[in-house]
Design a protein around this ligand. Sequence first.
Ligand code: PBG
Length: 324
Amino acid sequence: MPSIRPRRLRATPAWRRLNRETRVDATQLVLPLFVREGASEPRPIASMPGVVQHSLDSLKAEIARAAAAGIGGIMLFGVPEHKDAIGSGATDDDGILNVATRVAVAEAGDALVVQTDLCLDEFTDHGHCGVLDAQGRVDNDASLERYRAMALAQAAAGSQLLGLSGMMDGQVAAVRAALDAAGRSDVPLLGYSAKYASAFYGPFREAVASSLVGDRRSYQLEPGNAREGLLETSLDLAEGADIVMVKPASGYLDVLAATAHRSPVPVWAYQVSGEYSMIEAAGAAGYLDRDRAAAEALVSILRAGADAVLTYYAIEAAEKDWGA
Ligand code: PBG
């Protein structure tokens, strides 16, 4: 007869609640939002049921909802009407992301941290995260020049955290130096440090109307490389990242846990579009309980060591109290 019986602390709902090690708190959730230039009303994203490309008006309404739900922040992505080789819309003060940032900051007040994706892929006609050289390769250092200008435009628009997701070498140092030289040492940087070349970004391509041909494997990480993820995190820390991130989340919990053990700064994770859409599709097909699966995915990311999570479920998780 066993004398050690862990089941004692699982016997009742009250015990299970008290004995929970990991809780999902609304304040540690960040909602990614897409804003489409010229849109008069929100437009559904077919591969992400329940997620839309916002108009400026529907963005305001969603921010009010996010604030009421008590989540921690929002991450903005722009969907521009016109794209070109250098992603001009990204550095234009009247570009959709910068306009949306001003609207969001005014609407959010002190309730949310308003964050912006700092990457060129939404704005370039070739869909890459940087600019191309004469041979059509992504030119690292020329891309850094564009990131510097983009950072200044985003800071001027009022962004409260710049999310560097381009995976160019030296991007954190380049942007930090540009901001500091412009008197904007107050603006913090989030390094999308261990960002893998993932098939799970699939639905995001539709979300931002990406024109990408080919793939991002010359700058994003090989899915099999854990050590290289830690190297990227170390570099971002040395370059002055205020927060580091692992992305995608669910398939990379080992990298997330290792990063959480080592990092002296907060570690975030991004539950990406494909992670969301898989749960939605399986739920809609009746293959699993959609709410339970979503809550389990979220708590697992936090259990692995994330201090905050970017998730398309942010508002719903807060409203339905998936942590309880
Ligand atoms: C780059 C960026 C991407 C995502 C966030 N920032 C796309 C990519 O790197 O290919 C993906 C997010 C998601 O899939 O939810 N701007």
